[in-house]
Ligand binder design. Structure first.
Ligand code: ADP
Ligand code: MG
Ligand code: MG
Length: 406
């Protein structure tokens, strides 16, 4: 481990920027006394929040951006699957140490900036950022973010599964309809805010790029899967290829900056019923897309597809853990949520002046790409997730059931 730079956080605590041999700088909160990476409870996250108190400034190659700050103490970690390392400070703020400092501009910085300028309130209020400029870089790299904690919140891998279960047990679709409406409103307002910075039109090259990307995602999934997953993918490969051809007329489709990694796990909910608060988090962009491409304008259907497909995946999670629920009832509940989401999304973006963001013809192709990526993700990182794409792919390619919106 080579130390490229260091920032004093507090007595005995520093932030190191290291190179572990792969040329990608990594932020490492470090306890000098313990001579190891600082963990939740050591105070490094608390110290970073403390640094925000002195306002925005530059210290050597480090840049601190501070929007708000409160003195807080006490640290704990989240017990959920995550890419980066998030620490809760004083039950008020969340410090996220990025796993790696990718070359900038970071989507998280740019998207957050756009959303703040356009007064989007469906995200945890940001407190600040820590960035670092590597020698020879033009743009700073993001090292850490600090946001308001949404107290008592769970992400959609919990709440969407709970809602689907409740809908199935009660036999009433109301609960998932309400959830779908709230999600449609949230994502519609997110996209309308991002569209305020400009909407561009997809070129023939863009459209060809989506098809090539779909082919790449399928080929990659075929290359990394084995066994049952590989057999299912191979059996459906020709259909996936056909279904990911972009419909005629897609040239000219609206492109905006998007979330890029939108799924129910990125939507936090606190509270229940009509009073529940929903916020969207994690503007890092898609981890499987090269950093330089994550900020490119995309069809908003990409996010829409990511979210609706993840609701289907939540339904599969429910069935996996509680197989006694009737498959048709669980599927119908997910479809109800999806229909409500799509309707409210269309109403929201249209009423906010951006009807071009509604792209129903593009959603299915992006859903299929998402499922291909889930195959790869499961094969490479999380074998126990494989049952999800294995069930999701045939379901997406099957003829739509009568309750599915056309
Ligand atoms: P990653 O890039 O590692 O996925 P996220 O930003 O998605 O990081 O955060 C990981 C998890 O931490 C979320 O799924 C959620 O459970 C929790 N979390 C993140 N930010 C907040 C917040 N502001 N309030 C409450 N929980 C949060
Ligand atoms: Mg992330
Ligand atoms: Mg996340």
């Amino acid at each position: 481990m080579i130390v490229l730079d260091r920032l004093a956080l507090a007595p005995g605590l520093v932030l190191l920027v290291t190179d572990e041999g792969d040329g990608l700088p990594r932020p490492v909160p470090w306890s000098v006394d313990a001579d190891r990476r600082a963990v939740s409870g050591d105070g490094a996250a608390t110290a970073l929040v403390g640094l925000l108190g002195a306002g925005s400034r530059t210290i050597g190659a480090f840049r601190i951006t501070a929007w708000q700050h409160t003195t807080v103490v006490g640290e704990r970690s989240f017990g959920v699957d995550q890419t980066n390392e998030s620490v809760v400070v004083g039950e008020q703020a969340v410090v996220k140490w990025l796993r790696a400092a990718e070359p900038g501009p970071h989507p998280g910085t740019a998207v957050l900036d756009a959303l703040q300028r356009h007064h989007f309130d469906g995200m945890p209020a940001p407190w600040g950022l820590l960035e670092w400029t590597a020698p020879g870089d033009d743009e700073p790299r993001l090292l850490a973010t600090v946001d308001t904690l949404l107290a008592g919140a769970t992400d959609g891998w919990t709440w969407a599964v709970d809602d689907l279960r409740e809908a199935v047990i009660s036999g009433s679709p109301e609960v998932v309809r309400e959830t779908g409406h709230r999600l449609g409103d949230l994502v519609g307002r997110l996209h309308a805010a991002l569209a305020e910075d400009g909407v561009s039109a997809a070129t023939a090259d863009d459209v060809a790029g989506w098809e090539a990307g779909a082919d790449r995602d399928l080929e990659h999934a075929l290359a990394v899967t084995t066994g049952e997953a590989r057999a299912i993918l191979a059996a459906y490969a020709a259909e996936v290829r056909a279904a990911t051809r972009v419909p005629a007329g897609a040239v000219g489709s609206s492109l905006v900056r998007v979330h890029g990694d939108l799924h129910v796990g990125q939507v936090l909910r606190a509270g229940a019923g009509p009073a529940a608060a929903y916020v969207v988090t994690d503007f890092d962009g898609n981890p499987v897309v090269p950093p330089g491409e994550r900020l490119l304008p995309q069809p908003p259907a990409l996010d829409v597809a990511g979210l609706v497909q993840s609701v289907r995946h939540a339904a599969l999670v429910l069935r996996r853990h509680e197989p006694h629920h009737d498959l048709a009832a669980v599927t119908a509940a997910a479809e109800m949520c999806e229909a409500a989401f799509l309707t409210t999304y269309a109403v929201t973006v249209t009423s906010l002046g951006h009807p071009g963001l509604v792209q129903p013809d593009l959603v299915r192709g992006f859903r299929l790409r998402q499922v291909c990526r889930e195959f790869s993700y499961a094969a490479v990182h999380l074998p126990r997730w494989s049952y999800v794409p294995e069930a999701a792919l045939p379901a997406l390619l099957a003829p739509p059931s009568p309750t599915e919106p056309s």
